[in-house]
Design a protein around this ligand. Structure first.
Ligand SMILES: Nc1ncnc2c1ncn2[C@@H]1O[C@H](COP(=O)(O)OP(=O)(O)OP(=O)(O)O)[C@@H](O)[C@H]1O
Ligand SMILES: [Mg+2]
Length: 595
């Protein structure tokens, strides 16, 4: 416990007590206070404070002044212990260990000196929510592996997790933990400068080679965190390999939206936060980390934020629709604090527009959901961009074959689609939806909303919707004649997996901008399956819509399938006319004649 006059400060619990009363201090102000204490009376320059407390953001100097004023207020009668050194910075006087009149001894205050001397991890991060198991996994992974990369989509929490894991590993690395932020590096050739600067090495006029840096690292027990490698992935891979080779005590923990593909790299896919289950949304909603994060952010913005049963239910829904992505949840919570959770939940379809207005000091790419995705989208090649946009039409998971069908409309061969899909998976924009031998893929909801927006911006929505619908016509036409699919059960199982996509395709086909010819064909394939699945009402209404469609020539086989299903539904519903209807119904007649 640190003592400043009548004020006691616990650095461990980040708590201040003045005259026995707990005093609130924001996290950045506390970071500044911690730096001043660590300096043990020495001057701390304004630049040093700003670099440390706002490492990725350029802030105006008056921000610093405001925070120092807040600290002074918290110190009350001891406010003058913070001395302003005009034009240069601040220093803190009269800091002692509690119960002693001696000034803070660096040895006694190990936490302080340790923090200031052997790591440069960002100090200002808010408390980690959930993730206990995940942090433990990362700690376990980095023991035997020299390079571990945390991979996942934008805003999933890679950096936050890496910082937490690194912080917990401080005792394991006596030579320190060095955080290298690569996000601001605009060109791969400057990645090395970022590393050298973080290591405190001066760049000579002729530059500094990676080999030279590695030489300096020999025999050290050092953890290097390479943060946000995706846009300089080759340079980051080279750095990671050379640093790891510098000695057994070296470890590299990287974060990236894409694996580095460095030698001996262990890739750790960062999962989403837990969300309430859709089957039983009321079960332990408050125990899920996504809901806890939402509530903590909403309450920080509005201490009166409602947490009645209905609000908690809606928060659970919102978190699930945001796929448990922490950044999206933070943005949603900030919006909910202003709009109310009912309005936010109702407008979530428009998430790219509504989820903006993040924290002013957040990274620019984290201020809106769209900016986060723009960052990933910019790193794709043309084929990857195109296929990502068109895959946005799939409301559910899809197969490689479906992706190929859609890709073919874009002029992409199977090999092109394989490469593009592989690229999208490795860049965390498409995820494997299952682990079976014939895998299915899907886009996270937020990525999908972005893909659809890009389709609209490129004027491609109609073409993509048509390709999506046609892919199912073709797929099920093939299934019906596929000798490998022998049982009705297999065909039905396949259809059931695609039900969400088929419904979306049918809805589009019979909409004002759709294509009724494709719609009728798809409906004729779908309605017998709907009947077999006992989705009787849907079977009837889909068949009816298709038969009423304004299509001049309806192939006999198509009409027959629709009318047969319709008649079967009527019979099932106990319609006494049903039998006659199959033979005499208007709908049936051409089919019977044609047959
Ligand atoms: N477990 C968590 N508890 C609290 N906040 C979290 C957690 N995980 C992430 N966050 C917050 O969510 C936001 C996004 O997290 P983070 O910056 O780690 O994402 P990222 O995966 O590194 O994104 P990017 O790919 O853009 O770098 C940050 O504001 C972060 O503090
Ligand atoms: Mg990051």
């Amino acid at each position: 416990m640190i003592q400043i006059g009548q004020t006691h400060i616990s650095l461990e619990h980040r708590e201040i007590r003045s005259h026995g009363e707990s005093v609130r201090l924001g996290s950045r102000a506390f970071d500044i206070l911690e730096l001043l204490i660590a300096a043990q009376g020495a001057l701390v320059s304004k630049e040093a404070i700003m670099r440390r407390v706002w490492p990725d953001t350029i802030v105006e100097e008056n921000n610093l002044q405001v925070h120092v004023a807040t600290i002074r207020k918290a110190l009350g009668a001891d406010r003058d212990r913070i001395v302003t050194v005009p034009g240069r910075g601040y220093r803190m006087t009269g800091v002692t260990m509690a119960g002693s009149s001696a000034p803070v001894d660096p040895g006694e205050c190990a936490l302080v000196t340790h923090w200031s001397n052997t790591h440069n991890l960002p100090l200002h991060m808010s408390a980690l929510v959930g993730r206990q198991g995940t942090v433990a996994d990362v700690l376990d992974a980095i023991e035997p592996a020299q390079i571990v990369t945390l991979v996942g989509s934008g805003g999933i929490g890679k950096t936050r997790l890496a910082v937490e894991a690194a912080r917990r590993m401080l005792p394991r690395f006596p030579d320190g933990v060095v955080f290298v932020s690569l996000a601001p590096v605009s060109d791969p050739q400057f990645a090395l400068d970022a590393l050298a600067t973080a290591l405190g090495m001066k760049m000579s006029s002729c530059g500094l080679s990676l080999a030279h840096i590695a030489h300096e690292m020999r025999g050290k027990r050092l953890l290097i965190v390479l943060d946000n490698c995706e846009h300089v992935v080759d340079a980051a891979a080279a750095m990671a390999e050379v640093l790891a080779a510098a000695g057994d005590g070296m470890r590299v923990l990287a974060t990236s939206r894409e694996a580095l593909r460095a030698r001996d790299e262990v890739v750790y896919p960062v999962p989403s936060l837990e969300v309430p289950s859709p089957e039983n949304p009321s079960d332990d909603v408050l125990q899920t980390s996504a809901v806890q994060l939402f509530l903590s952010r909403a309450r920080a913005a509005d201490p009166q934020f409602s947490s009645d049963e209905r609000s908690i239910f809606l928060i659970g829904e919102v978190c699930r629709h945001l796929d448990g992505i922490p950044l999206a949840i933070e943005l949603a919570a900030a919006r909910a604090a202003v709009l109310g959770i009912e309005v936010l939940a109702a407008r979530l379809d428009d998430r790219l527009r509504i989820l903006s207005g993040g924290c002013r000091t957040a990274l620019p790419r984290h201020q809106t959901l769209k900016a986060t995705l723009d960052w990933s989208y910019r790193l794709l090649d043309e084929s990857e961009r195109a296929i990502l946009r068109w895959l946005g039409m799939f409301v559910d998971a899809f197969t490689f074959d479906s992706a190929c069908h859609v890709g073919a409309q874009l002029g992409l061969t199977k090999a092109d689609v394989m490469n593009a899909l592989g690229g999208l998976v490795s860049k965390s924009l498409v995820i494997r939806a299952d682990c079976s031998t014939s895998p299915r893929y899907r886009l996270l909801e937020t990525t999908r909303a972005y893909a659809l927006q890009q389709l609209d911006d490129n004027g491609e929505r109609g073409g993509a919707a048509l390709a999506h619908a046609k892919s199912f016509c073709e797929r099920f036409r093939r299934t019906q004649h596929d000798p490998a699919i022998t049982s009705l059960h297999d065909g039905l199982a396949d259809f059931t997996r695609e039900l969400g996509n088929v419904r979306a395709a049918l809805d589009w086909a019979f909409s004002a901008t759709g294509d009724q010819i494709v719609g009728v064909e798809l409906a004729s394939i779908a309605v017998p399956y709907l009947f077999d699945l006992s989705l009787v009402d849907e079977c009837r209404s889909r068949a009816r819509v298709a038969l009423d469609a304004d299509v001049s020539t309806l192939p006999v086989e198509v009409r027959l399938r629709l009318t047969t299903s319709l008649a079967a539904v009527r019979a099932l519903m106990g319609d006494p006319e049903a039998k006659i209807a199959t033979a005499d119904d208007e709908d049936c007649r051409p089919a019977c004649i044609g047959a």
